[in-house]
Design a protein around this ligand. Sequence first.
Ligand code: FES
Length: 362
Amino acid sequence: MHHFHPLKATKVSRETNDCIHIAFEIPENLKYKFSYKQGQYINVRFLFGEEDLRRSYSIINAPSEDHSELEILVKHLDQGKVSTYLNHELKLGDIVEVMAPSGHFYTHYNATNEKTYVGLAAGSGISPVLSNLKEALYQEPKSSAYLFFSNKSLNEIIFKKEIDDLVQKFEGRLKVIYLLSREKHFEDELFEGRISPEKLDLLFQRFTDIPVQESTYFICGPSEMIKGIGNYLKKDKKVPSLQVMYEYYAAPDDAENSEMSDEFKAIPNLESMVTLIIDDDEYSFHLNSKKKSILDQALDDKLPVPFACKGGVCCTCKAQVMEGEVFMEKNFALTDDEVARGFVLTCQCHPTTNVVMLNYDV
Ligand code: FES
């Protein structure tokens, strides 16, 4: 179920100095596997010598658009082997191993809705936000959308042409406000700087047609932005949690994470027999609760476990607890409902009972 498929790159085009826009062709026989929802992501895999490196990239397209290709944006990171390869070596026609889309950064649209959607994106965080806003506009003719999009400078605004074209296409239903954090370009100071709670407060005061409490929000950017804005909307503006959706692209690195590590220190020290169900096969191994995560041990044992970020962000390693209990260090991907139903991120899990059984096939 978590297999990689060879897809051909049918577009490799430079979007900004440090971002590449890639499209993969979806062959007819894989269309059902690669059907996707707005805001989902794909995992890609590269083997560099002994290293099996996997990365997740959000899909830019909306399901209501053409389905013959899947498009992603890859930002070059200085130490990133995969992003460096994709930015500087990938060529048109190259084959890349890609896993079918997953993720749940989306809401359900209905043609009778008359809602307001607000996208809040920074830099490459635009991909899943744009996918969601496009789908909302295609699916709900009476709904409208706002996009607040921050970039460093005018030249670095990602997908500016496509976004400006969408503003024309959805006449009056999509409003876009660009903010620049490192360049003074607009006369109005309101459009300088990053998206922060204070900035959003000022933007709401200016754009008074946004029904703040009733709107649905899609947020993607650095973790401090997501946390700050999420708290501001939910606590200060009393927006119901279900209307505030966010997607992390890296695990937050802050005090709260270390507190979670303290919780990990407090779990019992025991030996466990862990059994994993993967594609209808069962694999078992012994694992000490204080040592490696269940995923790391499974990878050491060369088991065919699905994974990508290994940081509790992407959800690829999700499994359901069938027997026993585990401690999950971090979770930036599963919903409360999934956790209540026994789903866990195995890259973050340690056994806390002598017998544990997890099922990846659910
Ligand atoms: S591998 Fe990404 S959440 Fe576990």
